[in-house]
Design a protein around this ligand. Structure first.
Ligand SMILES: [Zn+2]
Length: 127
């Protein structure tokens, strides 16, 4: 199966998620430029799959660096932004499912599992 290219994946992420930054919720447009952010960072073994990619503004993507998704989510909240917690939870679930189906990604798995546990705990406490 042909894998879509980077620009196609970013467009697909927009279609899936809506054209806002996951982290600060700003609409992505000519002024707030969309970049591809890896939910599980590449340095943690995160794959270049649509399931691991979200649209984020350049500011957030740069400020996050290699931080884990939940650490960065909490930092966004401290900064007074409104990150989309439910979108993040959905993306992490879909990524876990994609890894289950396709296999591999041994390095990313434990990191992904830890992020999902932390997020589930947060959502439990909020319920
Ligand atoms: Zn942002």
């Amino acid at each position: 199966m042909r894998q879509p290219g980077r620009a196609e994946r970013l467009a697909a992420a927009h279609t899936r998620d809506g054209a806002t930054c996951l982290w600060c919720a700003r609409p992505l447009d000519d002024r707030v430029v969309a970049t591809t952010d890896h939910v599980i960072p590449r340095v943690q073994g995160g794959p270049s799959w649509l399931e691991n990619e979200v649209a984020a503004c350049r500011r957030c993507n740069g400020a996050r660096g290699h931080r884990g998704a939940v650490d960065w989510l909490e930092e966004c909240e401290r900064r007074g932004w409104t990150p989309d917690v439910e979108r993040l939870a959905r993306v992490l679930d879909d990524l876990a499912e994609a890894i289950r189906v396709r296999g591999g990604q041994r390095r990313a798995r434990p990191h992904l599992d830890a992020q999902r546990r932390r997020l589930a705990k947060r959502l439990d406490e909020a319920a």
